[in-house]
Write a protein that binds this ligand. Structure first.
Ligand code: FES
Length: 137
């Protein structure tokens, strides 16, 4: 494992979809029942712990882009603080509206008290810096 940072691909070059794990936090920084914001390069992610397991997702709600790291964990997953959408932490699927589209989820490994999030170059390009997708795309 490394702390290596991924950088966006040059324009015109398709970004790699190969996963690389990046250390984002110490395990103690993500206590049970909490969600916090961390970064992999420019990729902003929400890292949460529920039932002892750490999860990582995009930090942007698919309803109106509120920060999910400002939300809270509920029995069914990660709740957005703005309008109450809840997302499944395993799949990213919305389990309560108004959101209808899933959030991106990233694989997590915990080793030696460190949290690692698996992202690809394409994830980093798509996930940061914060930008809103135009409607209708
Ligand atoms: S922005 Fe998250 S529910 Fe509206």
């Amino acid at each position: 494992m490394s702390d290596a940072q991924t950088t966006p691909a040059d324009s015109g070059t398709p970004a790699s979809t190969e996963l690389e794990y990046h250390r984002v936090a110490r395990s103690g920084q993500v206590p049970e029942g909490y969600v916090r914001r961390f970064y992999v390069g420019e990729l902003e992610c929400a890292v949460a712990r529920l039932g002892g397991k750490a999860y990582a997702t995009s930090n942007y709600c698919t309803h109106l882009d509120c920060l999910l790291s400002s939300g809270k964990l509920v029995d069914d997953g990660l709740g957005c603080s703005c309008h109450g959408s809840v997302f499944d932490l395993e799949t990213g699927e919305p389990v309560y509206p108004p959101a209808t589209e899933p959030i991106q989820v990233y694989p997590v490994r915990e080793e030696d008290g460190q949290v690692y999030v698996g992202v690809s170059e394409a994830d980093v390009v798509a996930g940061g810096p914060r930008r809103r997708k135009p409607r209708g795309d």
